[in-house]
Ligand binder design. Structure first.
Ligand code: HEM
Ligand SMILES: [Cu+2]
Length: 641
């Protein structure tokens, strides 16, 4: 059994023990090693990189739309191309960038922040990444072959049904969504179990860092929201491919059912991107204000409340569908209520900054940008939550303005803050502060120049999803302004990319803890070794590194000859058991390919639902039978529990 008392250096690993650790955790080399990897850091890094590539593609699509809209009666794009572009942009940003990037960052940092050596289900985790990748490749293959979906990111029936959207475009959309749902569910399960069962001894729930809390809440939201849209996309695919009538009123189906199922997921989805972003903010603020967070408990309660309330709001997207008035009032009230936990959080953040000695490095700049933009997006949110206002603003550019203030302000800004904050941990080098500040200002100014005028375009009657507009409408000047703003944002992104590529090679070495932070990931090397921590730390306070005693107690007695992970109890994180971590394997990729054959093949023939699972079976056998394929002998007398 593992021990947790403070130990004299004598009981710590000697050089031989260290070499054993290196050997039992060593990843497989080369390209094959990349295919079979199960280390959470390796999976998360490629997950983050892939999500950023999709962000760039989505941004490129936005830029092309903005060029088309820069002047009236512009002929750069045909209506059909414009339809595909806004659908690809929305789908990419929400399904291939927003949710995946939040999952990816969590998969990198949660295990480090709770002091464990890998996620709970490393192979499942790899499988999640591969399914996500297949979904993204499917969507963009469709787009390149002029089969890009064109019915908008929420893909309303009957427009997206078999009658009005023949061809394969919408099938590509539906199956892409199915892949990303599988990937998110897999990641949610992995993260929940990692957080509840693998925390370092001493990290009882009331010592859980705020970012980890935010991920726990997000993962639970994913668990309840994703099945709804996975079901919806399956039903749509069935209506289209095998002639069911879930959404066909002529045969007793109901188009509004689609809207309910979609938004029961769609509203929480916004929180799946936003709740982890509040986690970033809560990590960055105390470190850069150089004091403990004001109001830890209210912040945790607000996170949990946001997670719950997220499920009571979906009908505010359907105010113009003619629902009963009592129902509408209920959903207005619920939508206004969400402002309460958000207000509490903003109050705690500002109070912490106020009482601290803030150091205005790039991560904090992005956080301050976030607070400003989020308040702005929150105000327009409260406006559209009111039924009579929404009936005027619905489907106009006012909504486009509102949604981008929330998405970019409350999700992309904190994400960039987190990027500047954690890049040194992942890459071992600092990003340039000068380029970081240029990036911030270009992006902040560009964001407002792009989206602020859209509020007024909405009031002037400009509807969303129009590919052009006549001169007489008088919308030209504000549209030109929005396009200039988008160019500024693009310049900001180019600055960011230049910063990342030069700093990854030539940035100043970071050391273990360049910012003087308090969470466990800063207590190991940058980048962390394959096993994360040579000795699992014992946590002594909420601010693990700020509150540890000089003797720095650690866990001893873990095996070194095979990769071992410590399990602890759910509430108090007392050592419970050790288990042997499954090694690298090709099975996750094979399983993902079999799932790919099932769903992509299903677009063309129902036989795919026979062939795909038949391929899945042998892949699963490989997965199950190679769980403890490690070279090394067991540590003597220490059978894993
Ligand atoms: C980077 C700068 C961005 C620009 C310049 C931009 C621009 C646009 C434009 C021009 C539209 C189409 C409006 C219309 O014709 O109705 C649009 C729609 C949309 N955008 Fe963005 N966008 C950006 C970033 C984002 C981000 C980061 C997200 C989400 C994380 C996002 C989510 C959406 C969604 C969901 C839609 C609605 C698509 C639809 O109507 O089906 N955008 N954006
Ligand atoms: Cu909503």
């Amino acid at each position: 059994m593992a021990h947790t008392e403070a130990h004299a250096t004598a009981s710590l690993l000697d050089a031989g023990g260290r070499a054993e650790m290196e050997r039992s955790w060593r990843p497989e080399p080369g390209f094959w090693g990349w295919l079979v990897a199960v280390d959470h850091k390796s999976i998360a890094k490629r997950y983050i990189a892939t999500a950023f590539i999709f962000f760039l593609l989505g941004g490129l699509e936005a830029m092309v739309m903005r060029i088309q809209l820069a002047r009236p009666e512009n002929g750069l794009l045909s209506p059909d191309q414009y339809n595909q572009l806004f659908t690809m942009h929305g789908t990419t940003m929400m399904f291939l960038f927003g949710v995946p990037v939040q999952i990816a960052v969590a998969l990198y940092f949660v295990p480090l922040m709770v002091g464990t050596r890998n996620v709970a289900f490393p192979r499942l985790n790899a499988f999640g990444y591969w399914t996500y990748l297949i979904g993204g490749v499917l969507l963009y293959s469709g787009f390149i072959l002029n089969t890009g979906p064109d019915a908008g990111w929420f893909n309303y029936v009957p427009l997206s049904g078999p009658q009005y959207s023949p061809g394969k475009r919408i099938d590509v959309w539906a199956q892409t969504v199915t892949f990303t749902e599988i990937a998110s569910l897999v990641a949610a399960v992995t993260l929940i179990v990692t957080i509840l069962k693998q925390r370092a001894p001493g990290m009882s729930l009331n010592r859980l860092p705020l970012y980890v809390w935010s991920i726990l809440v997000t993962a639970v939201v994913i668990l309840f929201a994703m099945p709804s849209v996975a079901l919806a996309s399956m039903m749509l695919a069935m209506d289209r491919l095998i002639g069911t009538h879930f959404f066909n009123p002529a045969e007793g189906g109901d188009p509004l059912l689609w809207q309910h199922l979609f938004w029961f997921f769609g509203h929480p989805e916004v929180y799946i991107m936003f709740i982890p972003a509040t986690g970033f903010v809560s990590e960055i603020i105390p470190v850069f204000a150089r004091r403990k967070m004001f109001g830890h408990t209210p912040l945790v309660l607000s996170l949990v409340a946001t997670g719950f309330l997220a499920f009571g709001l979906w009908v505010h997207h359907m105010f113009t569908t003619g629902l009963p008035q009592l129902g509408q009032s209920f959903f207005t009230a619920a939508s206004l209520m969400i402002a309460i936990p958000n207000g509490v959080q903003i109050f705690c953040w500002i109070a912490t900054l106020w009482a601290g000695r803030p150091r205005f490095a790039t991560p904090l700049l992005f956080v301050i940008g976030f607070i400003v933009l989020f308040v702005c997006g929150g105000i327009t949110g409260v406006m559209v939550a009111s039924v009579p206002f929404d009936q005027q603003a619905h489907d106009t550019y006012f909504v486009v303005a509102h949604l981008h203030y929330v998405q970019i302000g409350a999700f992309v800004f904190p994400l960039f803050g987190a990027f500047y904050y954690w890049f040194p941990k992942v890459m071992g080098r600092m990003l340039s502060e000068t380029l970081g500040k240029v990036h911030f200002w270009l992006f902040f100014v560009g964001m407002n120049v792009t989206f602020f005028p859209m509020h007024f375009l909405g009031f002037m009657g400009m509807t969303r999803r129009v590919y052009t507009y006549p001169v007489e409408a008088g919308w030209a000047p504000l549209n030109l302004m929005a396009t200039v703003g988008a160019a500024l944002m693009a310049a900001g992104i180019l600055t960011f990319l230049a910063n990342v590529f030069t700093s990854a090679r030539r940035g100043a070495p970071a050391g273990d803890d360049p910012w003087g932070s308090h969470t466990l990931e800063w207590g190991t090397a940058s980048p962390p070794p394959a096993y994360n921590f040579l000795h699992i730390p014992v946590v002594q306070g909420l601010y693990a590194l700020w509150e540890r005693t000089p003797d720095r107690p650690v866990v001893t007695g873990m095996g070194t000859r095979r990769p071992e992970v410590l399990l602890t109890t759910v509430l108090d994180a007392e050592p419970d058991a050790r288990y042997e971590h499954p090694g690298p394997s090709i099975a996750p990729l094979l399983c993902a390919l079999a799932v790919g054959v099932t769903f992509i093949g299903g677009i063309f023939t129902t036989w795919a639902f026979v062939v795909g699972p038949a391929l899945l079976f042998p892949a699963l056998l490989v997965w199950m039978t190679t769980q403890d394929d490690h070279d090394g002998p067991r540590t003597e007398g220490e059978e894993p529990a």
